[in-house]
Ligand binder design. Sequence first.
Ligand SMILES: Cc1cc2nc3c(=O)[nH]c(=O)nc-3n(C[C@H](O)[C@H](O)[C@H](O)COP(=O)(O)OP(=O)(O)OC[C@H]3O[C@@H](n4cnc5c(N)ncnc54)[C@H](O)[C@@H]3O)c2cc1C
Length: 333
Amino acid sequence: MKKIAVIGAGLTGATAAAKLVQQGFQVTVFDKGRSAGGRMSSKRTEQGYLDMGAQYFTARSDAFKQQVQQWLEAGQAEVWPCTTALLCNEDGVVSLKSSKDEQRRFIGVPSMQSPVKALLQDIALNTGCRIQKLSYQRQSWSLLSDEGKTYTGFDAVLLTLPPVQVQQLMAQSSLPEVFDTAANLLEPCWAVAMQAEASPAGDAIFCQHPKLRFISHQQYKSGRNCCYILHFNAAFSAEHLQQSADFWFAEATAVLRDELNIKQAIEPLVAHRWLYASQNDQITAPGCIALPDQQLWAGGDWSYGGRVENAYLAGLALAQAVIDSHNLVQESA
Ligand SMILES: Cc1cc2nc3c(=O)[nH]c(=O)nc-3n(C[C@H](O)[C@H](O)[C@H](O)COP(=O)(O)OP(=O)(O)OC[C@H]3O[C@@H](n4cnc5c(N)ncnc54)[C@H](O)[C@@H]3O)c2cc1C
């Protein structure tokens, strides 16, 4: 049986791993985080989860629609019954309008990473394990973790990390450079959770704003702490990347007071910095990357334009590449 190492337990890695196991491959998944989920992770608090990364997902392709349907039936996802609004701030002139659409938006339950965990349910998963070096000798991969542990005997490796992290791992392993634009493909985002006892003007507030890209309210998300989550846009997050949580709490408070007009007490909860959050839409998505001679493939949401659905599609594509390559060897043997 072919042994495959999947590095990264976000939705891309989980999807690829699940599909490969279904096809009879022996798969081990590695992630540096404390649990699976990656950028779909929610932070656990006594009052419920805080979705610090992805807020919801949509499903447009047949493949992802089918997967979402399975999650819905298994109670691992639900429709988010959100009201949508648009916050504009042009040259200091603020307007907040409702902006209805027909889009169905989904969330994981009880947290955003629940669907990822469901995919990985019966698959060997090493969390808290950052892979820092790969080596390929006599058609077999070895992985070295930053704690000095070595994992050996893999026939193929899938890297499902953000491009900068793929690039770093490739460089540390003396493997070829595979990106021209790795550094700019995913942009940063500061995410801030804030409590306020006020009815929100919308649950999903899209922002055309000098500092913000999205504000969500978690009142209609099962299992969540009932609060606001503010996502600052890439330009503002990058400009103040090294600022402390207090800076972000002050910025978030000012937005809630001055632009959403909240008079009640506001309490800061959590501020989280994502170095590689979402796709820079000025750069063409590179697709998945293949080094078939070395049995190494890399991909992620960034392969097809960012977002949860594209992570799923990248996971399917990576698994299919391994299956095709395996079939080719079988046929020519
Ligand atoms: C703030 C924010 C808001 C977002 N909002 C939305 C939204 O509303 N809707 C939407 O569709 N999408 C949204 N997204 C994007 C969505 O979260 C991603 O598209 C998707 O989760 C990416 O999945 P992935 O598996 O490709 O990558 P990731 O989830 O990033 O998974 C990569 C994994 O690799 C691990 N890793 C990295 N380096 C190593 C290493 N050396 N060794 C081991 N493990 C390693 C990481 O810990 C991580 O778990 C948002 C993202 C962010 C950050």
